[in-house]
Design a protein around this ligand. Sequence first.
Ligand SMILES: Cc1ncc(COP(=O)(O)O)c(C=O)c1O
Length: 414
Amino acid sequence: MGNIEQILEEKLQSLKDRGHYRYFLEVNKSAQHFPHFYYRNPEGVQRSAVNWCSNDYLGMSTREELISKLSFTMHRSGTGSSGTRNISGTTNHHRELEKLLAEWHHKDSALLFNGAYQANLTTLQTIGRHIPELVFISDERNHASLIEGMRAGGNRKIIYRHNDTAHLREILESLPEGHPRMVVLESVYSISGSLAPLKETLSIARQYGAMTYVDEVHAVGLYGPDGAGMVSQEGLSEMADIVNGTLSKAIGVFGGYIAASALVIDFIRSHGPGFIFTTSLPPAICSAAKQSISLIRTNPAWRAEFHEKVTLLRQSLREAGVAFVDNPTHITPIPVGDSQLCRTLADELLWKQGIYLQPINPPTVPPGEECLRVVVTLSHQLKHIHHLALSLKKIVNANHPANRPSVKAFVAAD
Ligand SMILES: Cc1ncc(COP(=O)(O)O)c(C=O)c1O
């Protein structure tokens, strides 16, 4: 016991020495004032700041309709489901939400989980474990939940260079014909904001008989004619065999899911430990998520306005001379390239400018790719955008110009 604690302490110290130790900012979230929130500075004084790192892309988590829906259902159904899906935890709200998700993604069926992390982990692990000879072919920038899912099944995994379809083809070509294989990728990469060449990737996978798994966590709600994501925007629903999404970011509520063929969903429902052996989502959460998706589907103007704000943000950064990665999605990384510096910049932005940008340090990114990940939401106004650009110019550019890596280097590494 003593020995174990000593080892753990040494490992924590090593994180601190490398500037990778995580300090959580206690955010007093305000539904009325989002994107403003309150926090206490190191002296214990309450301050207000603007949140620039929330994934509440469309501001749904603070919408009155959803708050009312959630409290209405909660008054009727109680706070929690109090059961696993098999043992009294499948309510009409779960069923209706799964039906809506399946329809949204043009799939036979969908399955709810307590988060997209759990959906990724459970689905990949379960399929892998039941088909031991299956080979996973994984984009090198895949999210931790996908990596853990592939690892947990104990299968062979081959990594292809990020978004490199020639490399993917080479790997598929090298596998014996008829050998079970699955290509695993994200459509929108969560930190770098890079976009997968979906059409080409899915076509190659199909050509070589591979099943495809697409994590759409940062795309659902934001892309496509009714907001179902990038797969839908590109008209590729039929070629993406399993789609994964979250209810916790653009949808603004909580939970995760997969959508796929009736057979795949039935298999995971029947064999997935992370689905079977856990209490199901609260019914009220399901009803609010359902309401949120219905609103998102029928309000394309929100998506248009959101993407206009991304354009305005980038224009403003350009005018202020702040270097950023101009990728084709809504996620705007500001490269820093050093953990301690990233932490210092974030602290100065918060304390001196009232800007909250959480430093993105390892293990979220590999060392050298530390960045500030800027996310605009529908709730940010033009005045917030201008303030952010000027603050970044002051703090990031003026204080540390010599230490900044070039954007080009960051893009190349991505
Ligand atoms: C790409 C990606 N996949 C999955 C997840 C997990 O989603 P959730 O928060 O719903 O568990 C995240 C982040 O949260 C993510 O960025």
